[in-house]
Design a protein around this ligand. Structure first.
Ligand code: ADP
Ligand code: MG
Length: 614
């Protein structure tokens, strides 16, 4: 054919092709995404020309994409009815580099042992990914202009390409890939269907594969909220969330600064981690202009938000990132910051607007929020606002936020008090609670094993320190009648220390007890019984929680103490047994008594004494 022109690739393109052709890259399937994206772009541009009223070749043919596979011939063909290319455009677009960012990408590819071409499309050279799988690529194209003419572009990837006029072409572009032997799988319909569902489900033009329509769900995240029906949202959620139940919350938003973001995020109705499904992976997929860049994108949200599902679309994905480094790029961090901030704000709003929904959310996901407080310093404060606890001033089951608690604090109260307990009854019966009831200070009741860490990491809220009840330094305000005198109390305390010996640390006269005769307090200012238990459960050779030495505080106003003080003068042995029993009782109240056998034996002896008394 005399009309055939031979062209050389620009040096950089040839360099790129050499890498791509010999690439051992494993995700070769992304070539489908790239060619479909180009087809969709061409359709988009056609639509633009259409709307500007320009005359078009085949004006009645709607923009769309058709793919055919032929496993016998070993080919895949991607056809679009987009705007097509002229001779000049073919030369310009498929043989030279248009984007400046591409050079950096090339440099990086050339340095890598196993080049990661996954983001090739982001660098404006997606078309060339076809050569990862094809020996020969043939492009037939006819531009939309009425006087246009068709051209055939064909290349084996080495050296250059040939251009030949082609008569009677329909508008648009048809790309035929003659697949390499090791890529014949891409001539299988099922393979291609899977790839398109994965990457191109939301391409806004119809995609047909061997005459079957594939993409039926719309990229509703890019539409404005008030145009979208509830059913559309739900259908979309089912599609992206693989969940047939309704989501608990939905956040649809867009932002322009500091980044262009469109996001549609869902909180599933149930926490899948508690359903024995193991640790979840975030199911938020990252798109760039409706084309999937990364499924379950790592680093898009902090770990503690891994229950989210949905879509984030950003046009700002830059030209200088590779998949491995994507996690660390400042862009990813920026996205993370914007998205997390927005979501936290949303949850806070929800807690006010939809209290019922929020409490359901809290029931399912509180552990994630708590994980956030402990692991994510940046968002600690915002997360603190989302926490909810039972409290001594609320009915059983009622929950309060820390903000509400702070608002209720009387002016003389300086700290937020928290009491760790297994349940409401235990909390209210706890000797540590007595001083608070007496002083009418509200106490938060914390039942979750994680709460202690949460309190420890949060440290303070709205400037008020969070304090565990057992560590609070508070005194009963009023003196009780019938209490032992100060001197008598002190001397009883000394006797107790002498009697109990190594079983206790210090023995003190307590100022915090009302109803209980005595209480044990961890002698380590920062340790608590629950923390010791947890340490034991994580580390076998850590000492039993109860084995740690505790200080013993006695209530001078309790009748037992007055009688004990009298008895130690008359029957020191019996008084000694009672002292030991009081210590064990206090340990039981603190949940510290691991082995009750010795205590029961002693208790039986004491009962025997009581019963034989004449
Ligand atoms: P990018 O899409 O980022 O520009 P590509 O290497 O994928 O980079 O494509 C290069 C150019 O080739 C496109 O910008 C477009 O102008 C042209 N092109 C590729 N495929 C088509 C197509 N199917 N229809 C029209 N033009 C196309
Ligand atoms: Mg492209």
């Amino acid at each position: 054919m005399s009309q055939t022109e031979t062209h050389h690739f620009q040096a950089e393109i040839q360099q790129l092709l050499n890498i791509v052709i010999h690439s051992l890259y494993t995700d070769k399937e992304i070539f489908v995404r790239e060619l479909v994206s180009n087809a969709a772009d061409a359709c988009e541009k056609l639509r633009f020309h259409q709307s500007s009223g320009q005359p078009l070749h085949q004006a009645d043919v709607a923009p769309g994409i058709a793919i055919t596979t032929d496993d016998k011939a070993g080919t895949i063909i991607i056809t679009d009815t987009g705007l097509g290319m002229t001779h000049g455009e073919l030369v310009e677009n498929l043989g030279t580099i248009a984007h400046s960012g591409t050079k950096a990408f090339l440099k990086q590819l050339a340095e890598d042992k196993k080049p990661d071409v996954g983001l090739i499309g982001q660098f404006g050279v997606g078309f060339y990914s076809a050569f990862m799988v094809a020996n020969r690529v043939t492009v037939l194209s006819r531009s939309f202009g009425p006087e246009g003419q068709g051209w055939q572009w064909t290349s084996g990837g080495m050296g250059g390409y040939e251009l030949t006029p082609a008569a009677d072409l329909p508008r648009g572009t048809k790309i035929t890939l003659e697949l390499k032997d090791d890529a014949k799988d891409f001539a299988q319909e099922a393979t291609v269907e899977r790839i398109i569902q994965r990457y191109s489900s939301f391409v806004p033009f119809p995609i047909e594969l061997n005459n079957k329509r594939l993409n039926t769900v719309q990229a509703i995240w890019s539409r404005s909220k008030n145009e979208i029906k509830e059913e559309e949202y739900n259908e979309f959620y089912t599609f992206v969330g693989h969940d047939h139940d309704k989501p608990l919350f939905r956040l649809h938003f867009s932002a322009d600064a500091p980044l262009a973001i469109q996001a549609l995020l869902f909180v599933p109705g149930r926490n899948f981690e508690t359903m024995g499904m193991g640790r979840m992976d975030s199911e938020v997929n990252l798109y760039c202009r409706k084309v999937l860049i990364q499924a379950k994108a790592k680093g898009l949200f902090p770990e503690w938000l891994r229950f989210l599902k949905g879509v984030v679309d950003s046009e700002d994905l830059p030209l200088n990132i590779s998949r491995e480094s994507m996690q660390d790029t400042s862009l990813m961090q920026k996205l993370n910051r914007v998205l997390t901030g927005r979501l936290l704000k949303f949850l806070e709003e929800q807690s006010v607007k939809d209290a019922e929904g929020y409490s359901k959310f809290y029931g399912e996901y509180q552990r994630f929020l708590k994980e956030g407080v402990v692991t994510d310093y940046t968002h600690k404060e915002a997360l603190g606002k989302l926490l909810r606890f039972e409290s001594s001033t609320l009915e059983r089951g009622g929950l309060t936020s820390l903000s509400e608690y702070v608002q209720r604090m009387p002016s003389e109260q300086k700290e937020i008090y928290c009491l760790l307990a297994t349940n409401r009854a235990a909390a209210e019966a706890s000797p540590y609670f007595e001083v608070f009831r007496e002083r009418k200070f509200e106490v938060l009741f914390l039942y979750d094993a994680w709460d202690e860490f949460v309190i420890e990491h949060l440290r303070e809220f709205e400037g008020k320190p969070l304090k565990l009840a057992e560590k609070a330094e508070l005194d009963i305000s009023t003196k009780k009648d019938g209490a032992l005198s100060e001197d008598a109390s002190k001397s009883l305390a000394q006797w107790l220390k002498a009697t109990l010996g190594d079983k206790v640390g210090e023995v003190r006269v307590s100022q915090r007890l009302v109803e209980s005769p005595a209480v044990v307090v961890d002698s380590d200012k920062f340790m608590t019984a629950s923390m010791r238990r947890l340490m034991k459960s994580m580390k076998q050779d850590a000492p039993e929680a109860g084995a740690a030495k505790h200080d013993f505080e006695v209530n001078p106003a309790h009748p037992i103490m007055a009688r004990l003080d009298a008895m130690r003068q008359t029957d020191a042995t019996l008084a000694g047994s009672v002292a030991e029993q009081l210590l064990d009782n206090a340990r039981v109240a603190a949940g510290l008594l691991e082995d009750p056998r010795a205590m029961l034996a002693r208790l039986n002896q004491l009962l025997e004494k009581v019963l034989t008394k004449d």
